[in-house]
Write a protein that binds this ligand. Structure first.
Ligand SMILES: [Zn+2]
Length: 309
């Protein structure tokens, strides 16, 4: 059964009225999916992550800096203001992604309505991201040795595939796992010469033990559904070759034609096709990353129709 992760604490991830990020899209989506009466799902609340979780990925320096900025209402970067509420919500969304991964390991597809904050690197961040939730959750589960309810060892020593289809390159995630052969990172995004964060080119393929385990697929601005889906299917072909124990989809809805922050022109129905193409890969974790148009809740629903119908 589909598990949707949404605690009310997520609503505190609020950067202000003039900021493009709108966390209420999660609530709007829950209303829509309830009206649909088509899917069986359960809404779950996670536990809040702790500092010891955050430190599996981020430096002590970074965590201290974030805490100080939250207290002084400073800016992590020019596009990412901080305050105590945003910081507390950040611990919650990390907890949400930990829960999402646990659910997948129990055999359920799980959707965290705030997650996939892929611009957060180990020692710095920007792009509306405070902590890199999926990197933290992977490292936490890779360290665990106890048995799951199904008798399987969690993720200890096992392999994870991250498919990032947010319109912006997943620079933080790429940096964190660049030398790691157990986590294959794939990002499909608009040409970084034309869009934030300005890195994520096709020749960035990993280093040292991680060489060959990072791939970037780049789309020209203005790309439409046909061009997009061609590259998307190329990216999908990498999954069975790697044989991951766990798949994570970073599902940005900012590839939509009306998105105010990017220039890819997907139609609503293209999200149905994306969901449909991912059907054979269930169960996996869906982390709802970027997406700034008012159509985001509808886009998520279209995707689920393709995935679950
Ligand atoms: Zn994005």
């Amino acid at each position: 059964m589909l598990k949707i992760i949404w605690p009310n604490e997520y609503l505190k991830y609020d950067f202000g009225k003039s900021h493009p990020f709108w966390v209420e899209r999660g609530q709007a989506f829950l209303k829509k999916i309830a009206q649909e009466k088509k899917f069986s799902y359960q809404v779950l609340a996670p536990k809040k992550a702790k500092d010891e979780d955050i430190l599996l990925v981020h430096s002590k320096n970074y965590l201290n800096r974030v805490k100080e900025l939250a207290l002084s209402k400073g800016n992590l970067s020019s596009d990412t203001p901080l305050n105590e509420k945003i910081l507390q919500a950040s611990y919650w969304y990390v907890g949400g992604t930990i829960l999402a991964l646990e659910e997948v390991l129990k055999g359920n597809t799980a959707m965290n309505l705030l997650g996939g904050l892929h611009h957060a690197g180990s020692d710095n961040s920007s792009g509306f991201c405070v902590f890199n939730d999926h990197a933290i959750a992977i490292k936490k589960l890779q360290k665990m040795r106890e048995l799951s309810p199904h008798g399987k060892i969690w993720l200890h020593g096992r392999k994870v595939f991250i498919l990032d289809i947010d319109v912006h390159a997943g620079n933080g995630t790429q940096e964190i796992f660049y030398q790691d052969s157990t986590v294959f990172t794939v990002s499909l995004h608009q040409d970084p010469r034309t869009l934030y964060p300005g890195i994520g080119f096709e020749n960035e393929t990993g280093a040292s033990r991680g060489k060959g385990f990072n791939r970037n697929f780049v789309l020209a601005p203005g790309a439409t559904g046909g061009q997009y889906l061609k590259k998307f299917h190329q990216a999908l072909e990498l999954i069975p070759k790697f044989k991951p124990d766990l798949l994570i989809l970073i599902f940005g809805a900012d590839t939509y034609k009306e998105d105010p922050l990017a220039n890819i022109n997907l139609e609503l129905n293209d999200y149905f096709k994306i969901g449909h193409a991912l059907k054979p890969f269930q169960p996996f974790a869906i982390l709802c990353a970027g997406g700034y148009s008012k159509k985001v809740p509808e886009i998520w629903l279209k995707f689920l129709q393709g995935l679950l119908d």
